[in-house]
Design a protein around this ligand. Structure first.
Ligand SMILES: Cc1cc2nc3c(=O)[nH]c(=O)nc-3n(C[C@H](O)[C@H](O)[C@H](O)COP(=O)(O)OP(=O)(O)OC[C@H]3O[C@@H](n4cnc5c(N)ncnc54)[C@H](O)[C@@H]3O)c2cc1C
Ligand code: SF4
Length: 451
């Protein structure tokens, strides 16, 4: 057993990482699907979208071939509407709420239709919005600093820019998009798409992204408060949780975020993967790590989770993807030690668990049975959640709960004029939640600047 790169021929990598949900093949196919929609009053699909996209309206616009109008309807609510059409867990959002489910029929393919309208807009950088000048007489043009060019930061930037406000985004990486670019599985969104989406968002004007600028290192909160009228913090969460078990420092133990980051930043062939991989966790990140390890050529991938299938954090659709990719699942197993040889991972030892009465999470608590199992492996990927940037937040005297920034109703932190949103506040949800948080933050900043 060994960890190595270049496990597959180039053609196989391309096939393994091709689009998970391909777009409609042609206009006729899109029209047939759009015409299935019955344009519900008080549409449940819209209500279940955290950004409140007017789904029946944009689908109706597709039926009349008004693709620009349709794209505008989507982007006015969600400027990441293109990315969201590829990465949103729609089975638990809009498509899960579609009335067709009640008739036991296939729900409308909302995500695919949304992709149909947003793709040409992003590819051709359609100018769908104007920047307001109306605020000019209102105390002069204002400027706002945003930390983080992820979905929260850029969604906030876009709304502010439409209002005529000058925005400077400080991003520690060399590309924008946040976890869209560096975290989400490559078979959902390609790096090229993410780069185009960021270009589309900034093409409105009034948004400058300063890449390779790290808040807390290259710039401080004092600097930002001095130079800008308001500050928005959208730096997400970044650090992988530790397992705190013996053997965690052995060669072959990786964290899912770094593993996926490597895949997103480098060529598939250059990323090393084990022959027998164990992934710890059962959330979206764990699924992405497991399926991508398999697609990089790992012979065997086993996912280990301390509860049962009923308590999993991922959706059924995601679990089905992992199963279809050939990943094995070991339910009711909790890692207690990693065994090694010559400094390298050799196996993982897990306590066998059973379920008891619910704990603080509301889910049945896993308790030890006294038995253990050992799974032979040469690579272990930890995907048991991420920790916020607690030290950075403490150093800046921001009120927080275990590193998650606390904001009031107005999205303002305990520091006047400093707002926050997205994963940095909620601890890690989905892209669409971060987009809405960015919109809410922008609305609060506009109120703060002009009242
Ligand atoms: C592996 C993985 C898979 C996921 N898959 C999905 C999925 O399929 N669908 C889905 O909807 N959601 C998914 N998510 C969740 C989703 O990616 C996040 O909820 C969303 O990106 C949060 O947006 P954000 O803007 O708050 O933070 P981020 O996307 O994390 O963006 C924060 C930005 O701030 C920058 N930054 C951080 N610190 C600093 C600093 N000190 N100075 C300057 N810049 C800084 C970061 O580089 C980053 O660009 C996934 C998450 C992970 C980890
Ligand atoms: S619930 Fe389904 S049928 Fe009704 S408007 Fe939404 S997509 Fe159309």
């Amino acid at each position: 057993m060994s960890i190595q790169n270049n496990r597959l021929p180039e053609k196989e990598y391309a096939e393994n990482f091709s689009d998970l949900h391909p777009p409609f093949e042609n206009k006729e196919a899109a029209l047939v699907e759009a015409n299935r929609c019955i344009f519900c009053y008080d549409a449940p699909c819209t209500k279940s979208c955290p950004t409140g996209i007017d789904v029946p309206k944009f689908i109706k616009q597709i039926t009349t071939d008004n693709i620009k109008g349709s794209a505008h309807t989507i982007f006015i609510s969600n400027i990441f509407g293109g990315g969201c059409s590829r990465v949103c867990p729609v089975e638990k959002l809009c498509e899960g709420a579609c009335v067709y489910n009640l008739l036991h029929e296939k729900p409308i393919e909302i995500a695919k239709l949304q992709r149909w309208s947003t793709s040409p807009a992003i590819e051709n950088k359609w100018k769908l919005f104007d920047r307001k000048n109306t605020r000019l007489g209102d105390g002069g043009r204002k400027n706002v600093a945003i930390v983080g060019a992820g979905p929260a930061g850029l969604s906030c930037a876009h709304v502010l820019s439409r209002e005529g406000i000058e925005v400077t985004v400080f991003e520690k990486e060399s590309k924008g998009g946040g976890l869209m670019t560096y975290g989400i599985a490559a078979y959902k969104v390609t790096p090229e798409f993410c780069a185009n989406e960021v270009d589309f968002i900034t093409s409105l004007g009034g948004i400058e992204i300063k890449y390779d600028h790290c808040f807390g290192k290259d710039i401080s909160l004092d600097d930002l408060q001095k130079d800008f009228d308001a500050v928005y913090l959208g730096m997400g969460v970044g650090l992988a949780n530790k397992l705190n078990i013996p053997g965690e420092d052995l060669e072959g133990v990786a964290d899912a975020i770094s593993f996926i980051y490597d895949i997103r930043k480098n060529s598939y062939a250059s990323v090393s993967v084990g022959e027998k991989v164990v992934v710890i966790g059962m959330g979206m990140t764990a699924i992405d790590a497991a399926t991508q390890a398999k697609r990089l050529g790992a012979r065997e991938v086993t996912m280990v989770y301390r509860r049962s299938e009923a308590e999993k954090n991922c959706t059924q659709v995601e679990l089905d993807i992992a199963r279809l990719d050939g990943c094995k699942i070991q339910w009711l197993a909790s890692p207690v030690a990693i065994a090694g040889e010559d400094g390298k991972v050799k196996a993982i030892v897990c306590d066998v668990m059973k379920l008891s009465t619910p704990d603080n999470s509301g889910k049945p608590a896993p308790v030890r049975t006294g038995e253990t199992i050992t799974i032979e492996c040469d690579m272990i990927i930890k995907a048991t959640g991420q920790r916020p940037y607690e030290k950075l937040i403490e150093d800046n005297h921001l009120e927080n709960l275990n590193g998650k920034i606390i904001v009031g109703k107005s999205n303002e932190t305990n520091i006047k004029g400093v707002f926050a949103g997205g994963d940095a506040v909620n601890g890690g949800r989905e892209v669409v939640d971060a987009v809405q948080a960015g919109k809410d933050g922008a609305a609060a900043i506009i109120k703060y600047l002009y009242q």
